[in-house]
Design a protein around this ligand. Structure first.
Ligand code: SF4
Length: 574
């Protein structure tokens, strides 16, 4: 719908594996309740991500002297450090986590191997860059750093030399410089240590830059690899702009371009690139507001404000009531909607700024934080009031679930996370909460708890909501949100997560087929089977064709409950 084939995003844009691994490691430490956590220098060259990490208690220090006391963890970032500094760090007595990228470690060993054989080392890279400083530590006495051929020509005459590259160098420039160095030595070994992710990114960027008339490079201005990417693009596409955030996108340049290519440096999170992409598409949209555009905006607002999620909880509660054969009661439907809306909104507001919500929502929450917090608490109070009206047992259940749900985003305060958190906790807790309010409450209210139909509805609701939550979590991970092991996909990995989702979908389908064969509530079960198969087909397509992002994807995932409710309602009418 909002697809604009004239705006192309490079597949290699964003975090490289080394940066991803380093961020995951510090987040795991934070989630395990380790504190304080220090990183030697900023973990990555991206102001927004550093700010988010700070909010998780992860602090960057420039020197060891800034660390007082012997408590806490110190993290060596992906760039690596010199062996002497590493020895100093270890002597501090703090727990040390080495997040040096394995590809940087490979350069360390290449340098160390030739240095031990008596070779001098020439590093083609940026003087003073953290990675280059680390590499120099492995090179011994005879080591030089050159940025280009011009500097290489000024080197003294060399005997045996090993020429390496900073991992993010541009390949052609490195090879050219290496040839100049070679000409100044009696014997030279050229070790092309540019890492594969960098080479892939440069190759794709070059291809893209040759096909567009505007290239947008997203990333910090002080990030060496992003700056290099910009220079590379400028040679192929003179209209290349380097921006840090979507606010810097030049409307005139964006509107006048026929075709736009977007890429990002190794330290740019996917959500920032998505944010820029969204802004560019918005700028290119026609000024006139069509009825469809207005509808799109409305749905976007409903999705972002969690109102749509509340509505989908109403849909699921209706389905659960039908499955259990209880009277459909408006008060219970409203209670479920208010409860889910309230807790999702509280969680979203609490997570604003730590990267767990998409960029467009950050804007919404920044602009309307107070009214949204007010709406979250008022709807929570209304849900509790309604529950009280429905009976003390209902109230007790709703009260306990609401308190636990509202406290969930604050579970990691004061380093307590390790004691209360577990892998996939967000998705599991969400599924249990929805199962309780959508399936258990109607049964409790009408006195059929522990009946077979009640068990069926509870399991049905929990499994469906679990799938929903995991799918949204997958989308968050693919956008480089700062999420930890509370995210099932992040905690268990892609293979296990997809295997579990496929097993749950198969189990649900099998149970519905058996019930249909037994003739149990045939019209309702037939409708649910059709809805379930449609959703399973949709989610498998997404799995094979790439995880969708944006509010339409979220609307589709939550919309399954509305679809099931509609089918259940139609099934009852036929
Ligand atoms: S740019 Fe390459 S070497 Fe550097 S951290 Fe990323 S993957 Fe590792």
């Amino acid at each position: 719908m909002d697809k604009d084939p004239a705006v192309v995003l490079a597949q290699t844009a964003g975090f490289c594996p080394g940066v991803k691994k380093a961020i995951d490691q510090v987040l795991e430490l934070a989630q395990a309740g380790k504190a304080p956590i220090y990183t030697l220098g900023p973990l990555i060259h991206n102001t927004q991500v550093i700010e988010m990490l700070k909010q998780k208690g992860i602090r960057a220090v420039d020197a060891l002297d800034e660390i007082k006391g012997q408590a806490g963890v110190i993290v060596i970032r992906a760039h690596g450090i010199t062996p002497s500094l590493e020895a100093e760090v270890r002597a501090r007595g703090l727990e040390v986590i080495d997040s040096t990228c394995p590809l940087v470690k490979n350069v360390h060993s290449v340098i160390g191997k030739y240095a031990a054989l008596g070779y001098a080392t020439v590093i083609v890279g940026d003087k003073g860059h953290a990675e280059v400083v680390g590499l120099l530590g492995y090179a011994g006495e005879r080591a030089f750093v050159v940025a280009d051929s011009e500097e290489a020509r000024r080197l003294p005459a060399l005997d045996k030399v090993n020429i390496v590259a900073q991992t993010t160098q541009e390949e052609d420039a490195f090879l050219k410089t290496a040839e100049t160095v070679k000409s100044r030595a009696r014997e030279a070994v050229i070790s092309n240590t540019i890492c594969k992710p960098t080479r892939d990114r440069q190759r794709e960027t070059q291809e893209l830059a040759g096909k567009v008339d505007l290239m947008v490079i997203v990333g910090a201005k002080h990030s060496a690899n992003t700056t290099r990417l910009t220079a590379l693009c400028r040679r192929l596409c003179p209209r290349t702009i380097h921006i840090e955030t979507e606010a810097e996108a030049d409307p005139a340049a964006v509107r006048s371009a026929r075709r736009i290519g977007i890429t990002a440096g190794a330290s740019t999170p996917g959500w920032m690139t998505d944010r820029v992409m969204g802004r560019i598409k918005e700028l290119r949209k026609k000024e006139a507001v069509s009825p469809f555009h207005a509808l799109e905006r409305l749905i976007e607002l409903l999705v972002d404000s969690c109102a749509y999620t509340g509505l989908s909880a109403v849909g699921l509660t209706y389905v659960c009531m039908k499955l259990q054969g209880v009277r459909v009661e408006d008060r219970l439907l409203i209670l479920a909607g208010l409860f889910v809306f309230s807790l999702h909104l509280i969680n979203r507001v609490a997570e604003k700024g730590v990267g767990a919500v998409e960029s467009r929502k950050v804007e919404l929450f920044e602009k309307h934080q107070r009214p949204l917090i007010g709406a979250a608490f008022i709807s929570g109070l209304l849900a509790l009031g309604l529950a009280l009206f429905l009976g003390t047992k209902i109230f007790a259940v709703v009260f306990c679930c609401w308190i636990l749900g509202a406290l969930f985003p604050f579970r990691s305060l004061h380093g307590q996370a390790g004691r209360v958190d577990f892998p996939g906790s967000r998705d599991i807790v969400t599924a249990l909460g929805w199962g309780m309010v959508c399936a258990c409450l109607p049964a409790l209210h009408q006195g059929i708890v522990f009946s077979k139909a009640n068990y069926l509805a509870v399991v049905f609701a929990i499994l469906l909501v679990f799938i929903r939550s995991v799918m949204l979590g997958i989308s968050a991970v693919h956008s480089d949100m700062i999420v930890g092991r509370e995210n099932f996909y992040k905690a268990l990995g892609a293979r296990t997560t997809y295997a579990i989702l496929a097993s749950i979908q198969s189990l649900l389908t099998a149970v519905l087929i058996v019930l249909l064969a037994m003739g149990w509530k045939s019209r309702l079960v037939g409708s649910l089977l059709a809805g379930n198969l449609a959703f399973a087909a949709g989610s498998s397509t997404c799995h094979f064709r790439g995880t969708p992002k944006g509010f339409w994807a979220e609307a589709a995932v939550d919309g399954q409950f509305l679809l099931l409710a509609l089918l259940a309602w139609l099934g009852g009418r036929l």
